[in-house]
Design a protein around this ligand. Structure first.
Ligand SMILES: *Cc1c(COP(=O)(O)O)cnc(C)c1O
Length: 355
């Protein structure tokens, strides 16, 4: 606290990201990073970037990247917005669309940055509980609102909503915007991007951080009706004209161009997720069905806090939220087969786990 802070800053509760440990003997399964490196074409693009050109400002519109994304998703350039990670795209979207009279509706258990943005922008919000099976039931979102946001698949649960459910929501919720955060959609879901061609009340946000192995390069984007993109541009250009640097733009374009590598990596992670799920179930874990690069799981007899610290003591870092209702659940990122084998081996050595 300082007397120089703007008064509203005292009221903020900032988001706390998963730990980025400073030691490197840990197997890091706590922040849903991709265990595989980015496409070799990304390395080539960044290595070949003329450093002399960093003297100049980058392209404020990231034209090359927006064109690459428009081509990839078969939408127009005017339907694409890019930002410094999808967290920034989300922040700009909350500012652009959700400062309304009626409250924003969001799941009670979801990405915990959403209520942080509400707090930052003074947006009233209402949290809608998940079903007992950790599912989002969009029938529960039928009430006057200033907007709706959810992640699909949801985090940290991993559960996927089918597209027809989302389309039905768009048909009845015509007075406010629905944002679908698709950070994990490439690991087994059907994207709502196709709905953006027919509905002007949906914005889809995705990221290069998970399926494209580029969390450190900070690239996110939104796809939607051109009037929505124009709204985002107004906010962005009132805040930071150059959110994506020249290296990020070059690397991101190269990543989009390597579809073959992308499919190979996502496929490996999906198969390893299924293998990990079977292994965990055989050790007495309940595993929520996942369409992501992580599993949300709890053991039938051992508490979440105990498992988290047991794993930590064996150099395995996983995420434990400790919130009511999910206090015994762990969110475990799918790493390489080798890493997941180590996880299973370590769990088998726990005194209360029967192999
Ligand atoms: C990881 C994640 C993000 C943030 O992604 P960045 O592009 O790295 O900012 C957004 N939403 C959800 C649900 C995520 O899990």
């Amino acid at each position: 606290m300082s007397k120089y802070w703007s008064p509203a800053i005292n009221q903020l509760t900032p988001y706390v990201p998963g730990e980025q440990p400073k030691v490197d003997n840990l197997i890091k399964l706590n922040t849903n990073e991709n265990p595989y490196p980015p496409s070799p074409r990304v390395e080539e693009a960044i290595n070949n970037y003329p450093v002399e050109r960093l003297r100049l400002y980058c392209d404020p519109d990231a034209t090359a990247l927006k064109n690459a994304l428009a081509g990839h998703f078969n939408v127009a350039y005017e339907n694409v917005f890019v930002g410094n990670g999808s967290d920034e795209v989300l922040a700009l979207a909350f500012m652009a669309f959700f400062r309304q009279e009626a409250p924003l509706l969001l799941p009670e258990t979801t990405y915990s940055f959403y209520d942080v943005y509400c707090n930052l922008y003074d947006i009233e919000y209402q949290q809608i509980p998940l079903t007992n099976g950790f599912e989002i039931n969009l029938d529960d979102y039928q009430q006057p609102n200033g907007g709706i946001i959810f992640a699909n698949p949801n985090a940290p649960t991993g559960r996927l909503l089918q597209l027809d459910k989302i389309e039905a929501l768009l048909q009845r919720n015509t007075e406010s915007l629905v944002i679908v955060d698709e950070a994990y959609i490439d690991f087994g879901g059907q994207s709502a991007v196709e709905l953006t061609r027919r509905y002007d009340n949906v914005l889809v946000i995705q990221t290069f951080s998970k399926s494209r192995s580029l969390a450190g390069l900070r690239i996110g984007y939104a796809i939607g009706h051109q009037d929505l993109i124009a709204g985002l541009d107004r906010v962005k250009n009132s805040f930071n004209s150059y959110p994506l640097d020249s290296l990020a733009i070059a690397g991101a374009v190269a990543a989009i161009e390597d579809q073959e590598y992308f499919e190979e990596v996502t496929d490996k992670i999906i198969k390893c997720r299924e293998w990990t799920t079977e292994q965990l179930e055989s050790l007495g874990f309940d595993v929520v069905p996942s369409a992501t690069n992580f599993v949300f799981t709890c053991h039938q007899t051992i508490t979440g806090a105990e498992l988290m610290s047991y794993l930590r003591g064996n150099n395995l870092l996983v995420r434990h939220f400790g919130k009511p209702g999910i206090e015994n659940h762990l969110r475990i990122t799918i790493g390489t087969y080798e890493e997941m084998q180590t996880l299973i081996d370590v769990l088998k050595q726990h005194p209360d786990i029967q192999d």
